[in-house]
Structures are given as C-alpha cells and as structure tokens.
Ligand binder design. Structure first.
Ligand code: SAH
Length: 229
C-alpha cells in the first residue's frame, strides 16, 4: 500500500518538479544569454523571465527550449533565439500604454514577451495552421491582450493602426511601406532586411516628421518574409 502511495505521489509531483526545472533553466538563460550580452531594460528582462518558452516549442524538443539558438516549430519556420527576441523587444522601447504590431506570429513567443509589457499586441501570421496553433496556445496560457490574425503582414493591420511599435520577425527584401505608414509619429520599428537564406541586417526604423530614419544594427539570419499570391 505504502509503495503505491509513494508512486502516486511521485507521479503527482513530477510535473511540479519539471516546471521548477524549466524555471531554473529560464533564469540561467536570462543571466547567461541576455544580461551578459548587454540587454539592460528591466521590463524586457522581467518579461523573458516570466514567459514559459518551453510551452512555445514542439513537445519533442521541449528539452532544448532554453538553448542559445533558434528552434524549428514546423512548416519550415523557427522560434527566434532568446537573445534576438530580447534585443528586438528592448530596442522598440515598449511601454505599458503601447499598442504593438508584430509580423510573423510563428509560435507566439515574441508576442507573449511583448504582451507582458504593453497594453495590446496585434500579430499577423501568413501560415494558417501556425496562426491557429498560436491563437490556441496563447488563449490556453491565458494571454488576454494578444490578437492573432492570419494573412500577409506586408500590408500591416490598418484598422488597428497607428502603432507605437512594430516588430517584424521574418526577413524582408525591403521595408514594407504600409508598415511605415501605420507607425505612429515617434514610433519605433525593428525589421530584418536582406536576401532570404543569407545574412540579413536588423534595421531599426524611427518615424520622425512623417519620414522613416533607418539605422543598420546587427547581422542576423531570419526565415524569409513570404508574400501572399
Ligand atoms: N515571432 C516568432 C518567430 C517566427 S519565424 C516566434 O516568436 O515564434 C517568422 C514567421 O513569419 C513564420 O511563422 C512565417 O510563417 C511568418 N511570415 C513570413 N512571412 C510573413 C508575412 N508576409 N506575413 C505574416 N507572417 C509571415
């Protein structure tokens, strides 16, 4: 009888222990991969500490969730490396009253990180099944301030514009003009620009006097920005 009780207790405690283990790995990820590389913004660091990255990757690779690299999420797409998510979040200076647009929902992880800081996140995914998976995942995890739409993010989301910040997580050949239009005056955008399957540049865009001022930041490698036919 005693043995049975012990086994039941062990099975019951296993998920609790696993969660604690993931929390520890996440702490370590933020310290080693994010803080050590110079990310300082307190709200960005807190959001990365809080967001359960292991619940945004396929179950088969859950153990790799906190590694220092992008991971496959199916349909030839990837969840970005944790440092890149932190870098893109910090650079747009997200604030509690902000409305932010993300292009390339993927797993929903970047949207979840942003949603811990800002008021509303709007995110667009071009692959139908990824969009609906992300929508289900985010609602199961109780994220209430993220709206997912399926479509071509090239055109942005006019109805919900203007945005305080725009984060693009697929590499475009040029900055889509509708996204600049939908950025607020003084708004900030981060977008990888360059040829698909090659090294691209992460471009920082600031809208001043109705014009986009762009600065090239760091070399990156993102999946290509697709276009609807
Ligand atoms: N932000 C994601 C990473 C996504 S990878 C995350 O945190 O997991 C880039 C994503 O952009 C892919 O899911 C891809 O399908 C999507 N994508 C590519 N071109 C797009 C477009 N024109 N509009 C919207 N999404 C696009």
């Amino acid at each position: 009888m005693k043995v049975v009780k012990l086994i039941v207790l062990a099975i019951w405690l296993l998920p609790v222990q696993q969660e604690q283990d993931f929390t520890k790995r996440r702490e370590e990820m933020v310290k080693q991969q994010i803080e050590k590389r110079g990310i300082k913004d307190a709200s960005t660091l807190a959001a990365l500490r809080k967001t359960p990255r292991h619940l945004f990757v396929p179950k088969s690779i859950i153990d790799d969730a906190y590694e220092d690299r992008p991971l496959p999420i199916g349909y030839g797409q990837t969840i970005s490396q944790p440092f890149i998510v932190a870098y893109m979040t910090e650079i747009v200076k997200p604030q509690p009253q902000h409305r932010v647009l993300e292009i390339g929902t993927g797993s929903g992880y970047q949207a979840a990180v942003l949603s811990e800081i800002v008021k509303e996140v709007y995110t667009i995914e071009i692959v139908d099944s990824l969009g609906s998976q992300a929508r289900n995942r985010l609602s199961k995890l109780n994220y209430k301030n993220i709206t997912v739409k399926t479509g071509d993010g090239y055109y942005g989301w006019k109805d919900k514009s203007p945005f305080d910040a725009i984060v693009v997580t697929a590499a475009a050949e040029h900055i889509p003009p509708p996204l600049i239009e939908q950025l607020k005056e003084g708004g900030r955008m981060i977008i990888p620009v360059g040829s698909p399957f090659m090294v691209q540049q992460l471009m920082f865009v600031e809208k001043k006097g109705g014009k986009a001022r762009t600065t090239s930041m760091i070399p990156v490698r993102f999946v290509p920005f697709k276009r609807s036919q």
